[in-house]
Design a protein around this ligand. Structure first.
Ligand code: SAM
Length: 411
């Protein structure tokens, strides 16, 4: 009840859960388990809290503070904060709320409510809710942002489900115009591995396995181990290793926070490669604690991920109301370097790769409209700029959507 007096002005008007029962139903949330911001119930117990924001309000800091305090105290682990922004809002305004509530909460669904229709928007697209199912109340026009605790949205179950469902998509489509780019990126990351011939290699969060496979082939690894939380991804990585002629390949399932390699009695690896994985971990420190012992003393670590501070990603953060959690969660290369140096690793080499805006957009047009006409010019620009960034620092790091670095673990 304390929250009643704690809610500052912009959040004073109340919305009752039954006013948006058609949305709650769509989400599978009981109206009865839903509280309002003014009466959030027992700490840690609310399945959902509905909050109304006045028309015209931006993401006012005091409102954000009140929302964060109440959500933090009262939402259950999997609970949702349902923010109703009355009136019409631009993408940038919705993005402002999303950014303000991160990192406690992550927005993954937005509903656009008009008098006669409700559209549900997720990263997979836009769907109109079945009007037949909707109970008719006096519905206000507005945008509804659904937010869940980041730790829940990025939790193990969500990760496994996401990658199991789209495992084939992460394997790339050899017939797609973007495939040469997809394969080049893995080869580029792999070339940082510096594995002594006949050394043992681990792909940490392997996905379809291409980074580890490229590295194992290039450096003549005697053994390739790989793991991923998604059993489907591990299966695909096994098939890919086999079809690429890698005989001593072993796949396991598991998370980087508690990796399945090396198991008791097994040795740490000469080289470990982890590409595009760290941003999926809700707790980077625990993930790094899992990573460090997989590299043998004197061994090489190659780590890469998306670049949160690239020009294109910064713009996406300002302008897009929905973004993948990993894009919000990503660490910069400098942040990861500091974490690894604190563990005694010494930096060896690094580069930005994958030119930022407008290159991803151009690749999309190339794929969707130009039937691959620009595939090679775009690929060559990417290859050339990654090489000059690596050697000369030109173009600068903010011109790339991804980074890769290599480190040595001290003896
Ligand atoms: C973007 S894909 C990258 C796959 C591959 N490394 C590559 O570069 O093609 C991210 C992969 O990380 C895995 N992953 C997500 N969270 C993880 C975690 N906490 N530990 C290890 N792997 C994780 C996912 O299942 C997924 O296969």
């Amino acid at each position: 009840m304390e929250a009643v007096t704690a809610i500052p002005e912009p959040l004073r008007p109340v919305i009752e859960p039954r006013e948006i029962d058609f949305i709650l139903e769509d989400l599978g949330i009981e109206v009865g388990g839903t509280r309002t911001l003014h009466d959030p119930g027992q700490p840690g117990a609310a399945a959902a809290i509905v909050a109304l924001v006045d028309p015209g309000q931006g993401a006012a800091p005091r409102s954000l503070e009140a929302l964060l305090d109440t959500a933090s105290a009262h939402l259950s682990e999997s609970g949702a904060l349902i923010l109703f922004l009355e009136g019409r809002h631009r993408e940038e305004q919705l993005a402002q709320w999303r950014n303000g509530l991160w990192p406690l909460l992550h927005a993954n669904v937005i509903y656009q409510v008009e008098r006669d229709r409700v559209m549900r928007r997720t990263l997979s697209g836009l769907v109109e809710l079945d009007p037949g199912k909707r109970k008719v109340h006096k519905v206000r026009t507005g945008s509804v942002i659904l937010l869940r605790r980041r730790v829940h949205a990025m939790g193990p179950d969500a990760t496994i489900e996401k990658f199991d469902q789209n495992a084939a998509g992460w394997n790339g489509n050899p017939d797609a115009p973007s495939y040469p780019h997809f394969r080049w990126m893995r080869r580029f990351v792999a070339c940082f591995s510096d594995l002594p011939r006949g050394g043992r290699m681990l792909d940490f969060g392997c996905g379809a396995g291409w980074c580890g496979i490229e590295a194992a082939r290039r450096f003549g690894a005697s053994e390739l181990a790989f793991f991923d939380p998604s059993p489907e991804m591990v299966k695909i990585a096994e098939q890919n290793a086999l079809s690429e002629g890698i005989r001593s390949a072993t796949g396991r399932t598991g998370f980087g926070e508690k990796p399945p390699f090396p198991a008791a009695g097994e040795e740490a690896f000469d080289a470990v490669i982890s590409s595009g994985v760290i941003s999926f971990s809700p707790d980077t420190t625990v993930w790094i604690d899992g990573l460090v012992p997989t590299v043998r003393p004197g061994g090489t670590l190659v780590i890469g991920d998306i670049q949160r501070t690239s020009r294109g990603m910064q713009r996406r953060r300002r302008e897009k109301a929905l973004l993948p959690a990993r894009e919000m969660n990503a660490q910069t290369a400098d942040e990861v370097r500091q974490l690894l140096e604190a563990e005694g690793f010494s930096y060896q080499d690094g580069a930005g790769y994958q030119l930022t805006r407008p290159f991803p957009e151009a690749m999309h047009v190339n794929e969707a409209k130009l039937k691959g006409l620009l595939t090679y010019p775009l690929l060559w620009s990417n290859q050339l700029s990654a090489a000059t960034n690596r050697r000369l620092g030109i173009p600068g790091n903010d011109q790339f959507d991804s980074w890769v670095m290599s480190f040595k673990r001290p003896n």
